[in-house]
Write a protein that binds this ligand. Structure first.
Ligand SMILES: C[S@@+](CC[C@H](N)C(=O)[O-])C[C@H]1O[C@@H](n2cnc3c(N)ncnc32)[C@H](O)[C@@H]1O
Length: 429
């Protein structure tokens, strides 16, 4: 690539696909738009238009960071297709505009009959707009997009990995919109799974709460409720209660009371937009948990201390699909996380712990700060200094093989002054 060539990130949409957008990189915005429109034959019915375009200092890094951050919003197997609505567009563009490699926004006017005109206009700086980076990030974080529903088979597959004794005589608490209804299409897969397997697991009690404040996916109404399921001498008993003023939020005083006084194991897929608050509450409760969250949490600053301090570790499986609000399968990048002991993790076999000289050259390099970066699940067995790894080896159990995270934040390597994928710094104990 010509070093002087400009690098751009774009968000583009086809007029017939209003629930999707594509986020990609290019050196030539004009050409890329024509390429897209050539695919559809510039048909009048389906034309592509840019929704957002900007120049960046390193398009590959920005594109990859978007994939890592918003992987759960990707709609198709293809990595560049993301879910779209105007709130999401704002979240994507705010993220790009506050990325450290962002240069300037480019405004494009498309004239369908003629050429694409690129109107160069510099975005006012944050300072000119009277904003700090943190304002934009906070805004982006507030854009909630939590409506992703767990598939029954993902729950079944993960729970099958744990000894039955983990569940025996326990009260399971599903506290994030795990609705229950006589029509199972209106129940969350967590609720269904634990009701169906109640006896098999030897559970004592199941408590599920419905959150009344979000998009009402399970058609359960705007009132929070508590559903309790127990097995008594007279058989299964269930109760649905709508306590006055109860929101169903995991941090509602009643939910916290159930968490602290009744729950033994918390199990759910909490909302992505407030996962940080959720993790804090559940981890601080000291209860056992098995939850789904973003696969990149392992290298995300606010979660790293939990992994470093051994308060949480990866469960057995990743979660590649969820249902979206239209009940369509959506691919995503989730993973199970837990504090339930993991025995003989099958994924240990993906770790390649070998002496440094046996790691192929292409999987080891030193960054500008002389920190060793190791890829492809390799880890040097005879290296005493800190080195940086990606999420994969951590999810495969590296921290259970004599290595520890040594910094409570993610590590940003630079090579020849260019930022590359962020990682986590670990060291052999
Ligand atoms: C990722 S979805 C998962 C839903 C369900 N647990 C499942 O796994 O299918 C997260 C759900 O949490 C709900 N939610 C949002 N804020 C919440 C809160 N403060 N307390 C409880 N649930 C919340 C969202 O509306 C959404 O339905």
């Amino acid at each position: 690539m010509d070093e002087n060539e400009k690098q751009y990130i774009y968000i583009i949409q086809a007029s017939l696909e209003p629930s999707k957008c594509k986020i990609g990189k290019t050196n030539d915005l004009d050409r890329r738009l024509k390429e897209y429109n050539n695919i559809t034959g510039v048909s009048k019915e389906n034309t592509y238009q840019y929704l957002f375009t900007c120049e960046v200092a390193d398009m590959a890094v920005v594109e990859n960071d978007i994939k890592e951050n918003y992987g759960y919003l990707r709609e198709e197997k293809s990595r560049e297709i993301y879910l779209y609505n105007s709130a999401l567009l704002k979240m994507y563009s705010d993220y790009i505009k506050t990325h450290k490699l962002f240069v300037e926004e480019i405004f494009i006017k498309t004239d369908n009959k003629k050429e694409t005109i690129i109107v160069k206009k510099t975005t006012p700086t944050l300072k000119e707009r009277g904003l700090a980076t943190v304002d934009i990030l906070n805004k982006a974080k507030k854009t909630k997009n939590d409506e992703f529903y767990t598939r029954y088979e993902d729950i079944e597959k993960e729970i099958a990995m744990y000894a039955k004794s983990v569940w025996a005589d326990k009260c399971v608490f599903c506290n994030c919109d795990d609705a229950v209804d006589t029509d199972e299409r209106k129940s969350s897969a967590f609720a269904l799974y634990f009701m169906r397997n109640f006896k098999e697991l030897g559970l004592r009690k199941l408590i599920c709460t419905h959150y009344g404040g979000g998009l009402d996916l399970f058609n359960q109404g705007a009132k929070g409720y508590v559903f309790t399921y127990v097995f008594t001498r007279e058989g299964f008993k269930e109760f649905k209660e709508y306590p006055k003023g109860y929101t169903g939020s995991f941090d509602d005083p009643l939910s916290l009371k159930i968490l602290n006084e009744e729950a033994d194991i918390v199990c759910t897929n909490p909302p992505f937009s407030i996962a940080r608050e959720y993790w804090k509450i559940v981890i601080e409760s000291g209860k056992k948990f098995l939850i789904i969250s973003n696969i990149t949490n392992v290298k995300t600053g606010s979660y790293i201390p939990y992994f470093k301090n051994n308060q949480v570790w990866a469960g057995y499986n990743r979660v590649d699909y969820f249902f979206n609000p239209k009940k369509q399968l959506t691919d995503a990048s989730g993973h199970w996380y837990t504090n339930i002991p993991i025995n003989d993790r099958p994924k240990y076999k993906h770790l390649k712990i070998v002496p440094l000289k046996e790691i192929p050259e292409k999987y080891k390099k030193y960054d500008d700060s002389k920190i060793l970066l190791v890829d492809n699940c390799y880890a040097p067995s005879n290296y005493k200094k800190p080195f940086a790894v990606s999420v994969r080896p951590i999810l495969n159990g590296l921290l259970e093989k004599g290595y520890s995270i040594i910094e409570e934040k993610s590590y940003q390597p630079y090579i020849n002054g260019k930022a590359i994928f962020s990682r986590v710094l670990v060291q052999k104990v």
